[in-house]
Design a protein around this ligand. Sequence first.
Ligand code: SF4
Ligand code: SF4
Length: 170
Amino acid sequence: MSSQEITRRKWLKTVAATAVAGSVVGRVLTSCRGGNDNWSQTRVEEPGDVGNPFDVDEIVSSMPGEVGCVECGRCMPCWAGVNIPAMYVAYNEALESGEISLVKSDYLSEEGKANSKKFVARLEREIGDKHLAHRCARCGWCEGKCPKQLPIAHHMKSIGRYIDLTRETF
Ligand code: SF4
Ligand code: SF4
């Protein structure tokens, strides 16, 4: 078993715990909205909030390159249920294997379509729809915890739009 597979399995095990904790944490965090916590102030407007949510150019060009997530888990649990480390592991794997492409013409090619569908099917099978990037509400709470200062909300928005686009288009 590769180290990536071991890592993914580790994070998949946290999904059930996250789902339970997430409901509790979610209520606590939601009750903090409007307070002085920095995380509640970080939601910024993103492409796709207005306009065409399925703009291929915009979606493909907003996708990150390989993400330097060290899988420390400090961003968890996400109250919305997103399994952030598992998403990053799966995303980096897909970039490395060529399963997803950040070039529009590749994405729209027959091979690109087939690969994108494979990527989304893998996410659904291995992580589960309730824990995928498109569930992110962009509250920004996780970003305040990340030692790598990753723009998690922005990344989840971009990857989430890619998932939605692939589901709707192909
Ligand atoms: S920004 Fe998204 S991924 Fe992060 S805690 Fe909020 S809902 Fe979850
Ligand atoms: S806190 Fe940052 S580095 Fe750690 S698992 Fe979450 S996204 Fe990755």
